[in-house]
Ligand binder design. Structure first.
Ligand code: C2E
Ligand code: CA
Ligand code: CA
Length: 824
């Protein structure tokens, strides 16, 4: 350099910096450089935030200002260089050097903006470096001294080779997302510039030569200084402008953020505004939800609040279940939704957090309601079916037993109807407690609805142990009365038992078969246990088709009434007839009442059926001679029907029949129920003039006390006693005793089922009132009876054997024949 001595490379550069430059000017250069860089960056940021023409305008301003910064810095440093000889500047090259800086930087920026990728940024940096290098060496060529300049290329070329990658890395750092990398950008840029400048200066060796004349257009340093100063001032002005832009932008972001938070506070949902997984703001709902304060929340990581939530895998607008960890580690089940919101020139992630506790509680409650019986708290039908389903599956695997006990309360309906629903409910609750206590952990108790309960016995269940528990159920519910509000209530239970898989291979058939068994238990007198049998199923189907057929029979006139004469024992004349119903089936012929009366009684069809018989028979009897009476059978169900008296009254009235000609026959079964009402019905019928007889005497309870208590007019000795007469001594004795007793009580006595002359003779000799039986005639159709009556009574003296020939042979199908015919 200027002292002509060749030092080592480092010493050469250090000398150049320390000795050859004026320190204050160097400081000024650094200041201008810093201000210029700040101005360029601030203006560039502003350009990035805006769009359209504004963006282009501020973008080029930024490029221009950075070019000027580089140029001004270079020239200030050059001015600071004091080579102890006259210096001047070549104006054209000076201008070109500025153009080099601006074009280089501008080109670099354009390349940099085209893509964020690393290689592109590196290339942009290299272009900028080339611009700066060009600025330096073109500027250096514009530097004129009164002497010769020699360049040390061993310094120039390496300085360019080293500085260009540094520019490249600097640009990569600017574009990087990594913060530490980003902070390296400016120092790297400065380093590149410094290397270029100081190496360039150090590579220059000046040799004074007073003979050299400056060209005429050479500009003196004093002239260049104000230009440099002017550019520097402009840069300061630009920096100030950039600073204002930055301030305004920050204020706007702050305002936006505040507005966002205000808006968020209104929301019922919890909202978290986050950036790079850090919570920037949280709304009040989040504070309530977590119990944490705004200050604790902001700045902390999202994962602190929502640990298991993988934010990176959560798609925009995708909802996901998560757990929010609040103060003291409380866990709140939530649903989160992520969406991105542009705020200023950055993008922020908003996480909406919805509290799920209320929803989960409601769901749980609904599930409970859907599966439990609200009255007893026991599982309901739905739940039970599900449990049964599950257990039958397990049972198949484990080969353990399973039994179904279907329980139906007896006479619960009466309790409910007479004592009210509140009492009924209390009984059901007590029943559920008794059942649960009895079953304990041996199975599950459920309420299927109404007064129907079910027990599923699981574990080690055999038919014996299941039957044992079923019997205990009957005992628990039947033997011990219920005490409701001081009232003692007696109910009972009928239980149907079905074992898995013998009595049903799947849940529904198992339940259905237990139901069938329960039905059988009920029909067999209640308060018992019945296990399912295959035959039950067939019997039920048979009954069902019979019932359907009977309904049709009633409505389509397939029922008809036959009459069987009763002969007065003393005179031998027919004095009355008993009306007996028959079903003339279109394909099966005549069906006997034994086949369908009990079914009609169970289904309630007996009431319309009985009314039909009563009306038909009364109308028929009205055509007979007035001294001939009519007997009609009344079932218990008919008899206990409150309207029976009015039905009888209207039947005789409609037929214009004298009430004295009608007699109703009831069996002992009628007397078992409610004494007061029975007595009243009997009395009201009798007060009308209608007589009442006790049918089938001797077959039921046959309590003599009934005969005293109830005002009967007649007794009919059941044909089971008559059958043994005269051979069976016991039958003879009973028949004789009944006739004697009735006569003593002032009752009329009819002997029915008389089939032989001996039986007829016996009845006459024992002094009974009247005789009925095949020996006289089978029951016959109305026309046949009318003819029979005339023929019989016109005979003198009456002879049963003649009269019998007149009787039509009615062939009646009986129950036992029916089944084989129908295969029901
Ligand atoms: P029941 O009231 O005891 O009727 C007498 C039954 O004995 C009749 O059978 C009759 O045909 C039969 N019978 C009469 N004489 C003899 C005889 O010498 N030998 C034999 N072996 N049987 C004789 P049926 O008509 O089959 O009626 C059977 C039962 O059906 C009746 O018994 C009665 O309880 C009931 N029933 C018939 N019709 C009606 C009705 O209209 N209403 C009600 N509620 N029950 C009826
Ligand atoms: Ca009868
Ligand atoms: Ca009878």
């Amino acid at each position: 350099m200027h002292n002509h001595l060749r030092h080592s490379l480092v010493a050469q550069i250090l000398d150049c910096i320390v000795d050859a430059h004026d320190r204050h000017t160097m400081l000024l250069a650094a200041l201008v450089c810093a201000v210029g860089i700040y101005a360029s960056i601030a203006i560039a940021r502003h350009a990035a935030r805006s769009s359209g023409a504004v963006r282009i305008r501020w973008g080029s301003t930024s490029v221009l200002s950075s070019g000027c910064t580089a140029w001004a810095t270079h020239f200030i440093v050059l001015l600071a260089y004091q080579p102890n000889m006259r210096v001047a500047f070549e104006p054209v090259l000076t201008a070109i050097s500025l153009t080099c800086a601006v074009v280089g930087i501008g080109g670099g920026v354009v390349v940099s903006l085209s893509s964020r990728r690393g290689p592109r940024q590196f290339a942009a940096g290299v272009i900028i470096g080339v611009g700066v290098a060009a600025l330096h060496y073109v500027g250096q060529s514009a530097y004129l001294v009164q002497g010769t300049i020699r360049w040390d290329l061993t310094l120039v070329i390496p300085s360019i080779i080293v500085s260009l990658p540094i520019f490249g890395f600097s640009m990569m750092a600017i574009a990087s997302r990594n913060r530490t990398w980003q902070t390296c950008a400016a120092p790297l840029m400065l380093l590149g510039i410094a290397i270029l400048h100081f190496c360039g200066m150090a590579a220059m060796t000046l040799q004074q030569d007073p003979s050299i004349e400056f060209p005429s257009d050479a500009v003196a340093p004093q002239t260049i200084t104000p230009i440099v100063a002017g550019i520097s001032l402009a840069l300061i002005a630009l920096a100030f402008l950039g600073w204002r832009f930055d301030l305004a932008a920050t204020a706007r972001i702050r305002q936006d953020r505040k507005r966002l938070r205000d808006l968020a506070d209104v929301a019922l949902e919890g909202l978290l505004i986050t950036q790079n997984n850090i919570i920037i703001a949280a709304n009040r709902s989040i504070e309530r939800l977590s119990g944490l304060k705004q200050d604790d929340l902001t700045g902390s990581e999202v994962s602190r609040l929502l640990p298991a939530l993988e934010l990176t895998t959560l798609l925009e607008n995708e909802e996901r279940e998560a757990n929010l960890i609040g103060v003291d580690g409380i866990i709140v089940p939530v649903r989160v939704l992520r969406s991105t919101v542009p705020l200023g020139h950055s993008v922020q992630t908003v996480i909406a957090v919805r509290d799920q506790r209320e929803r989960l509680r409601t769901e749980e409650k609904m599930r409970r309601l859907a599966f439990a019986d609200p009255l007893t708290g026991l599982p309901n039908r739905t739940k039970f079916t599900e449990l049964l389903e599950r257990h039958t599956c397990t049972e198949r695997r484990t080969d353990q037993g399973l039994a179904i006990l279907l329980i139906d309360l007896d006479s619960f309906k009466i309790v409910n109807d007479t004592l009210g629903h509140a009492v009924g409910d209390a009984v059901l609750q007590d029943v559920s407690i008794r059942l649960s206590t009895l079953v304990k952990d041996r199975g599950i108790v459920a309420r299927l609805g109404g007064d129907e309960f079910v027990v599923m016995l699981t574990g080690d269940v055999s038919d014996v142990s299941a039957f044992d528990i079923a019997s205990k159920v009957v005992e628990q519910l039947g033997a011990r009365p219920f005490d409701i509000d001081g009232r003692t209530i007696h109910i009972g239970a009928s239980v149907g038992l079905a074992l898995f898989p013998e009595d049903g291979g799947d849940p529904s058939s198992l339940l259905r078969n237990a139901d069938l068994a329960m039905y059988l238990a009920k029909s067999e007198g209640k308060g018992t246990v019945r296990r399912f049998e295959k035959i039950l199923h067939e019997r039920l189907q048979e009954r069902q088709s019979l019932e359907a057929g009977l309904r049709i029979a009633l409505s389509s006139g397939q029922l008809e009434v036959h009459y069987q004469p009763l002969v007065d024992a003393a005179s031998g004349r027919i004095t009355s007839a008993e009306a007996l119903v028959r079903w003339r089936h279109p394909s099966l012929g005549l069906i006997a009442p034994a086949t369908f009366i009990s079914l009609a009684e169970e289904t309630g069809l007996i009431v319309p059926l009985g009314t039909f018989v009563l009306k038909t028979a009364c109308a028929e009897a009205a055509t007979w001679p007035p001294e001939i009476g009519l007997a009609v059978n009344l079932s218990p169900a008919q008899f206990h029907d409150k309207s029976i008296v009015s039905i009888v009254a209207s039947a005789i009235e409609d037929a214009h029949l004298l009430p004295q000609r009608l007699e109703v026959e009831v069996t002992e079964g009628v007397l078992l129920a409610d004494t007061g009402a029975t007595l009243e019905t009997l009395n009201r019928l009798r007060s009308m003039g209608v007589r009442v007889s006790m049918d089938d005497f001797g077959t039921g309870y046959s309590s003599l006390s009934y005969l005293r208590r109830f005002p009967f007019d007649r007794l009919k000795i059941d044909r089971s006693f008559v059958r043994g007469i005269p051979s069976d001594a016991e039958s003879v004795a009973i028949a004789r005793a009944i006739i004697t007793m009735s006569t003593c009580l002032g009752l009329l006595v009819t002997v029915e089922g008389v089939e032989t002359a001996e039986q007829y003779a016996f009845a006459v000799s024992e002094g009974c009132t009247s005789i009925q039986g095949y020996y006289i005639s089978r029951p016959m159709r109305a026309e046949a009876f009318a003819a029979f009556l005339i023929a019989w009574n016109n005979q003198a003296p009456p002879n049963p054997s003649t009269g019998r020939k007149i009787a039509e042979k009615s062939i009646v199908l009986h129950h036992s024949d029916l089944r084989s015919v129908l295969n029901w």
